[in-house]
Design a protein around this ligand. Structure first.
Ligand code: HEC
Length: 140
């Protein structure tokens, strides 16, 4: 018979490789589209997780685009940090940013108006947020 038992065993492998080919095909087309308006497509997994957290917890003060101009910012002195300031941001190490987020401004000798997030965000989530914040100051 044409379909022997041995052929059935390799069928799943064939299907798997077919679906891999399909998926990678899709990815490459979506990559081509990223030069368009929606830059979020080029975010890594970590950055996408970070973006959700950022919008939820940080954007009110630091602004949707990280410019330190969230709707709560007018109220604050000093102002929330502007994450698009690449000179300032490049002087901050990832560790320092993680520390600021988890311990708040008070923990790193900055304004207490920067809240403490260590109780609410897991360390992993804080790292996601840091990777997203870094995107604001990429020069493109
Ligand atoms: C209530 C408003 C507010 C919220 C919400 C807020 N921040 Fe801030 N943040 C501030 C202020 C004000 C400063 C400036 C502190 C200073 O310069 O003394 C600041 C500063 C910072 C800095 C720079 C610290 C430095 O060393 O210069 C980082 C990084 C930061 N915030 C990250 C975050 C992240 C991430 C979130 C969300 C999880 C967040 N902030 C939410 C108000 C806020």
């Amino acid at each position: 018979m044409f379909f022997s038992f041995r052929n059935f065993k390799i069928l799943p492998a064939i299907l798997l490789s077919l679906s891999l080919i399909c998926c990678s095909g899709r990815n490459s087309t979506s990559l081509k589209q990223t030069s368009g308006s929606d830059s979020s497509k080029s975010l890594t997994y970590e950055e996408r997780q970070g973006r959700q957290l950022y919008k939820k917890y940080c954007a009110v003060c630091h602004g949707e685009e990280g410019k330190g101009d969230g709707f709560n910012a007018f109220n604050l002195d000093p102002k929330p940090r502007n994450f698009t300031d690449s000179i300032y941001m490049s002087a901050l190490s990832d560790e320092r940013i993680v520390e600021t987020i988890s311990q708040g401004g008070r923990g790193v000798n900055r304004s207490m108006l920067m809240p403490t997030w260590g109780g609410r965000l897991k360390r992993e989530e804080i790292k996601y947020v840091v990777s997203y914040i870094r995107r604001f100051s990429y020069s493109e």
